[in-house]
Design a protein around this ligand. Structure first.
Ligand SMILES: [Ca+2]
Ligand SMILES: [Ca+2]
Ligand SMILES: [Ca+2]
Ligand SMILES: [Ca+2]
Length: 327
């Protein structure tokens, strides 16, 4: 009897490992129509881009199935970027990020490319379970839900990405998003936190930075796992003059600018573009700086508790003050 029980146990173990996990990481399991039925959405760390994790799952919505719930574990301080790409039919989705009590934190219907739903750069304020509700806004069809989690850094805010008009963000130099070499300072080098972006069809992403005369800046753009994105990164001055660029050097799905020395104090602009664009074409961008002649804040500090200490030294020309004494 003991042998039989063991065999049954081994068979179940094999089924769970070989069949159940791959299926649950790729396709929804119905019913998942209410929060208590949510499917787990597995997230794995990217092997190339620092501090970025990714998970995806496919689902279907129809007139008889209007809601799909997914759950993931998030940590306070992380930021998320969530998209639903419609892969068949005339489906139009609504995307909702919800807290552990199923209270909506953010939602979107059409902010992504085409009719895609996209929620960007949302800061998680608690640690625990979060829910994603993909619901049927109109039509029917299949979709691919993608969740990007960035544990230290930020995500681009890129809606309706095209370079043609006034709609959308970060698609032109005039709409560039600020990035900075926040991070740990070692031997005069500032190492930036990563910025997560997605290069969807027709997209370009602009970032701006404060440059100081004499400092050398380095920029790295790495396509995340599972994407064929071939990035180009270009450095411009404010008047549109191209200073330097790199286009997928070495065909390694990465582009970089290495130790470019700046000759003036000025605001500079970075553009990320490339081929192989699509919903899967996510990238991590990192900016670092050496020999900066000014101190800079060590990390994003928006509250008093996060404040960066300022070093204060005595000025020899002024000397020290004494309290007045009656003689
Ligand atoms: Ca479904
Ligand atoms: Ca459902
Ligand atoms: Ca983008
Ligand atoms: Ca863009």
């Amino acid at each position: 009897m003991g042998v039989v029980v063991n065999r049954i146990g081994l068979k179940w173990f094999s089924f769970l490992v070989v069949l159940w996990f791959p299926l649950s990481s790729w396709a929804e399991v119905e019913p998942n129509n209410i929060v208590t039925e949510a499917n787990s959405l597995a997230i794995a760390a990217d092997s190339k881009a620092t501090n970025i994790s990714f998970g995806s799952i496919t689902g279907t919505l129809s007139t008889t199935d209007g809601n799909d719930y997914f759950a993931f574990i998030g940590q306070a301080g992380q930021r998320v970027l969530i998209t639903t790409e419609v892969v068949s039919g005339n489906l139009n989705t609504k995307l909702s990020l919800r807290d552990a009590s199923d209270v909506q934190l953010n939602s979107d219907v059409n902010s992504g490319p085409g009719n895609a739903s996209q929620i960007e750069n949302i800061l998680l304020s608690a640690t625990g379970t979060f829910y994603i509700n993909v619901s049927r806004h109109a039509g029917e069809g299949d979709y691919n839900l993608r969740l990007f989690v960035i544990s230290d850094g930020q995500a681009e805010t890129d809606t309706h990405p095209d370079d043609s008009g006034n709609s959308g963000n970060n698609n032109a130099l005039s709409k560039a998003e600020l990035i900075a070499p926040f991070g740990t300072e070692t031997s005069g080098q500032m190492v930036g936190e990563p910025t997560l972006g997605i290069s969807t069809a027709g997209d370009s992403d602009w970032y701006r930075l404060y440059g100081f005369a004499g400092e050398s800046i380095s920029v790295s753009v790495e396509a995340l796992d599972g994407t064929g994105f071939q990035p180009t990164v270009s450095l411009y001055q404010a008047d549109g003059t191209l200073l330097t660029e790199d286009s997928n050097s070495g065909a390694t799905s990465s582009a970089s600018i290495s130790a470019y020395t700046l000759s003036a104090n000025e605001i500079l602009y970075l553009r990320v573009s490339g081929s192989g664009q699509g919903f899967q074409a996510a990238y991590g961008l990192e900016l670092s700086s050496q020999n900066r002649s000014y101190q800079t804040e060590l990390r994003q500090s928006s509250t008093a508790a996060e404040a960066t200490p300022i070093a204060v030294t005595t000025d020899a020309a002024i000397g020290t003050f004494r309290l007045g004494q009656a003689t």
